[in-house]
Every structure is written in structure tokens, then in C-alpha cells.
Design a protein around this ligand. Structure first.
Ligand SMILES: Cc1ncc(COP(=O)(O)O)c(C=O)c1O
Length: 436
């Protein structure tokens, strides 16, 4: 134990550190849904407040100069492991740190970072790992802005890419990785599963085997995966060989369509590499949004479970309707490679799916314009049901041949089911289909 003088000289904090939150009762490990109510927050350090206050400050006062130096050693990477104390709100803050602790809990990850949007998380991740001449290997399709970022923005800095289709076999993935290695250094393997908007699943276990066989142990590119559609409740890719799990927290984690944020979970080492860049460019989320996410995470399991149950009921109804051509819902996968990946990687089918109506744009628009409960809006994962037409909206800029190849046809309606009463939703879809 240091005495007070020694502590002052070394810069160590004399504040009482937060009491560690319990994660177990005896041998019983507490479930993430329980830990969301208090994990990582010590009320005694905030006047006994049950909930964390929102810390609206741009900077934090150091106890002494040596403490400031010590904290900056962490911020700048001179001392590994990040800052040991609060410094400046571009680097860290109490609300963001509690949020990051709670994001880690869901995936049993060593560490996590929060970001101002899903895209700023993805951009910070990519910029942290790539350099000119590199070849990013990725699954396809990716969320449109991620494809733009990799192809057009990183392309300006001499970075190229090669992709394999989401459902590719191990041999097909291996062939693309070999091709990429022949072109340049592979800094990162980037996946999205299920893919937006096709719901196609990537075999993360196969990607990890390919990566491990193709690169020596000390030069393996990390595998990052966009886990927005099923995480954290229905898919934990870190258990299947991915190193980083990436989120648009705007979707299910935020869950109320009232905020924009992003997150990344993974090992301390990789998270520290990304943290260094986030510290430099300031893509951290703000305290108010972090606080809103803490509130959202308290009901994450409830919301996602209800939305998932609702989607199963709605999809059963839609599947047999005479005006419906088909329903692309993970819960209907029964055979083939996609069903095999689903059984190995996922614990639930989610609540976002594709509805193909008989007809084309006219029928899709008539359906969308007739909805009374579901809202006509892009995005997903909120408490309210949303529906949109990707070919005419989110994917309007995708070239026609690529749209056809990906199944983004004019008769496709994307639906994200919320937590409303399922019979009310079925009644709404029934009357909207009648209007087609
Ligand atoms: C799969 C996926 N990843 C990333 C993003 C980007 O997230 P944000 O809008 O929070 O930047 C989205 C947004 O729709 C998405 O669907």
C-alpha cells in the first residue's frame, strides 16, 4: 500500500475507486440482463444516485500534475491499457465507460468502445488497421455506407478490397483470401452477418479456420463482424472465431429509434488499437446518448425477445398469404448451407426480414402506403414496426445488375417488427395486403 505522499508523487488517485459490481452469487454467474441494472456504476460516488447522472463536462480536473501525466501516458499509448482516469471528453467519460462495461458483458468480451454512430465505429475500426497497399477482404453484401467507405473512401488512400458472397463455402473463402494475399497485405477480414438487406449468413467458423490456415500465428489479420442484426441476444460471433463484434447501437441496442450510436467489443489488445484512433479523431459517443443507451440496455432482452416472438407470428401469417411470393425470414431456414450456418451460429431468428410480394414496385408501394400501424421508414430494431422498399430507398444507388444479383427486387419490402401486440400487427398487414 502506498502512503498518501507516495500516492501523490506517483499520480495515483486518492479517490476511492468504484466498488466492483457483483458478477456472481457463489458459483452462480449472473445473466447480462440482470447486470444491465447496475453493473459498472457505484452510486456512492454520485451522491447515492440510483442511476448514473449525465456528466456534461468537456474536461476533468486532475488531483495533481503527476496524475495528469500518468493519465496522458495511457491516452497516448505510452502506457498500454488506456487512461487510468478521466481526462477529456473526447477520450473518455463516466457514462461512456459504464456503457462500454455493459456492452462487454453481453458478449463476455474483455473490452468495448462506444462511438457516435455505427458508421463512425466502422470507419474508426478500418482506419485503425489499414495502410496504403493493403487489401481488405470482406463478405458481401455489406451495409451500403460500409461498402462505400471501403471501396470509395479507403480506395482514395491506396487500399483495395476483395469480397466473397455471404453464403460462400470454406473453399470459396480460402480462394478469395489467397487471391488477396497475392495482391498485398491483408489487414482485416470484415464480415456482416446477417447481411443487410439479404439476411444471408456468413460462416464465421469457416472464415476463422481459413484465416488461421492462411497466415502465421503472429501475423493474423483480425476478423471483425457487423453484428447489428442479431447481436447481442441472438448471435455471439466472438464465440465462433471473430475477434471484434461491431454494432450500430442505433438499432436493437438503442431500440427506441431515438438515438444514433455505435459500439465495438473484443480483446483488450485490439480494442486498445482502435481506442488510440478514437482518441485522436473523437468518434466517441456523447454522455447523453451513452446514458440513453444505459436505459435501453435495461430492457434489451425484454424488447428483443418480444420482437422476435412477434416476428415469428407475423411471418407465419405472411408466408401463406395469396398475395405473398415468399418471406425471407431466418426462422424458415430448414435445409442447406444457410440453415446449417444458422443452427451453428444463431440462437434466434431476429425480427427483421424480407417480404417479397407478388408483382413489382406498384404492389410494394400500395402495400406500404396502406399500413396503419407499421411506419414507412428505413432503419430497424426499434419498439415500433417499420417497413420500407430497399430498391427505391436505401439501395436506390446500387447498380441494377448488383441489385438483381442480391435479390433487391422492386417487389421487396423490408420489415422490422417491434414490440406491439402481434394480433394488431397481423391485422395491419392483412388489411394492407387487401389494398394491394
Ligand atoms: C448492418 C448495419 N451496419 C451499420 C449501420 C450504420 O449504422 P448507423 O446508422 O448507426 O451509423 C447500419 C444502419 O442501418 C446497418 O444496418
Amino acid at each position: 500500500m502506498m502512503d498518501e505522499n507516495e500516492a501523490e508523487l506517483s499520480g495515483a488517485s486518492q479517490h476511492r475507486p468504484p466498488k466492483p459490481s457483483p458478477t456472481h452469487i457463489g458459483n452462480h454467474k449472473l445473466n447480462p440482463s440482470t447486470l444491465m441494472m447496475g453493473y459498472g456504476f457505484d452510486p456512492e460516488l454520485s451522491e447515492g444516485s440510483l442511476k448514473p447522472p449525465i456528466f456534461l463536462t468537456s474536461t476533468f480536473v486532475f488531483e495533481n500534475a503527476a496524475a495528469g501525466k500518468r493519465f496522458f501516458e495511457g491516452v497516448t499509448g505510452k502506457r498500454p491499457g488506456g487512461a487510468e482516469g478521466l481526462v477529456y471528453s473526447r477520450f473518455n467519460g463516466p457514462n461512456q465507460e459504464i456503457l462500454e462495461d455493459r456492452l462487454s458483458v453481453w458478449e463476455d468480451a474483455e473490452d468495448a468502445l462506444s462511438f457516435s454512430s455505427g458508421m463512425s465505429a466502422i470507419a474508426t475500426l478500418l482506419l485503425a488497421f489499414v495502410q496504403p497497399g493493403d487489401v481488405v477482404v470482406h463478405s458481401g453484401p455489406l451495409y451500403a455506407a460500409t461498402e462505400t467507405l471501403i471501396a470509395r473512401i479507403l480506395g482514395k488512400f491506396g487500399v483495395t478490397w476483395l469480397d466473397f458472397p455471404a453464403g460462400a463455402t470454406e473453399d470459396e473463402i480460402a480462394a478469395v483470401v489467397e487471391q488477396a494475399k497475392a495482391k498485398g497485405r491483408v489487414p482485416l477480414i470484415y464480415l456482416e452477418s446477417p447481411a443487410n438487406p439479404t439476411n444471408a449468413l456468413v460462416d464465421v467458423q469457416a472464415v476463422a479456420r481459413v484465416r488461421d490456415a492462411a497466415f502465421p500465428a503472429d501475423a493474423r489479420p483480425p476478423i471483425a463482424i457487423d453484428n447489428t442484426f442479431l447481436g447481442p441476444l441472438w448471435q455471439n460471433p466472438l464465440q465462433h472465431g471473430a475477434d471484434l463484434s461491431v454494432y450500430s447501437l442505433t438499432k436493437y441496442a438503442g431500440g427506441h429509434s431515438d438515438l444514433v450510436a455505435g459500439g465495438i467489443t473484443g480483446s483488450k489488445e485490439l480494442i486498445n488499437t482502435i481506442r488510440m484512433l478514437r482518441n485522436t479523431i473523437g468518434t466517441i459517443t456523447d454522455p447523453n446518448t451513452a446514458w440513453m443507451l444505459l436505459r435501453s440496455l435495461e430492457t434489451l432482452e425484454l424488447r428483443m425477445t418480444r420482437a422476435g416472438e412477434n416476428a415469428a407470428r407475423v411471418c407465419e401469417f405472411l408466408r401463406d398469404h395469396p398475395k405473398v411470393e415468399s418471406v425471407g425470414y431466418l426462422g424458415f431456414l430448414t435445409e442447406g448451407r444457410q440453415a446449417d450456418i444458422y443452427r451453428r451460429h444463431c440462437t434466434g431468428a431476429g425480427s427483421t426480414f424480407s417480404l417479397y410480394l407478388k408483382g413489382g414496385e406498384k404492389e410494394a408501394f400500395a402495400f406500404l402506403d396502406s399500413l396503419k400501424i407499421a411506419h414507412l421508414a428505413v432503419s430497424l430494431g426499434g419498439t415500433e414496426t417499420l417497413a420500407s422498399a430497399p430498391a427505391a430507398m436505401t439501395h436506390l444507388s446500387v447498380p441494377d445488375e448488383r441489385k438483381q444479383a442480391l435479390g433487391i427486387t422492386d417487389n421487396l419490402v423490408r420489415i422490422s417488427i417491434g414490440v406491439e401486440d402481434p394480433d394488431d400487427l397481423i391485422a395491419d398487414f392483412d388489411q394492407a395486403l387487401a389494398a394491394v
